[in-house]
Design a binder for this molecule. Structure first.
Ligand SMILES: [Zn+2]
Length: 219
């Protein structure tokens, strides 16, 4: 398997470990870490540090209604990925693997054309609204309209390759983009580039073509 060159930012990994991340982005981070030694090691180290910090907190007497309060919070946080204890042996099985979301594999994905050379498939799951987690298929030579993001966007390349202003991305690479970064990825090579993308907010297209395509992309 190819060793990834592009990885999540440290803050992204820290949010993942701390459970401060929506499920859609956590799926993409977990899928990258499952094929990246460096990141799975970093996650385990961060979990170990988190465990030590929890253990060093002084115990305090609990209020009578503490349990109800904790349960109420746990309910409202049901879509947040819970931080796990440091256990490298259990990696990555203790996270929902991508195959849970792509039950039929990549071969049987039902693609919907959104623009010439561009198709997508929304991955439905509980815990996030429709369209936040999706697969994008870009035909070789097709360039995505230039866009920024109102929130963060994380991308994992599952097949093929693309290039944009930030570099060349191949299978296993993780693109971790901030709200203020603009990019226009172009698929390269001779097979379509298939990416798994989670966005925390809609894309903001910079070009007229992009703005016209936006309703069709459904973001
Ligand atoms: Zn990595």
């Amino acid at each position: 398997m190819r060793t990834p060159v592009h990885h999540p930012k440290f803050d992204t990994l820290a949010d993942f470990v701390a459970g401060r991340m929506d499920e859609a982005r956590a799926v993409v981070v977990a899928a990258h870490a499952a094929q990246c030694d460096a990141c799975s090691r970093a996650i385990c180290d961060l979990e170990a540090i988190g465990g030590v910090m929890l253990e060093s907190v002084e115990p305090v007497p609990m209020a009578d209604d503490a349990l109800e309060k904790i349960l109420a919070r746990a309910d409202s946080a049901a879509n947040i990925v819970a931080p796990a204890m440091a256990d490298r042996d259990a990696w990555p099985e203790r996270r929902p693997p991508l195959s849970d979301y792509l039950k039929d594999g990549l071969e049987d994905v039902k693609w919907r054309a959104v623009a010439p050379g561009l198709a997508q498939s929304v991955i439905k799951a509980q815990g996030y609204r429709d369209g936040v987690l999706r697969l994008l298929k870009i035909d070789p030579g097709t360039k995505m309209p230039r866009h920024t993001h109102k929130g963060e966007e994380v991308t994992l390349i599952l097949r093929g390759a693309y290039e944009d202003e930030t570099g060349a991305f191949g299978i296993g690479d993780f693109a971790d983009l901030d709200a203020d970064q603009t990019h226009s990825p172009m698929a390269v090579g001779d097979e379509p580039c298939i990416c798994l993308i989670a966005t925390s907010a809609p894309l903001a297209f910079k070009t007229i073509a992009g703005r016209i395509a936006q309703p069709f992309i459904g973001l």
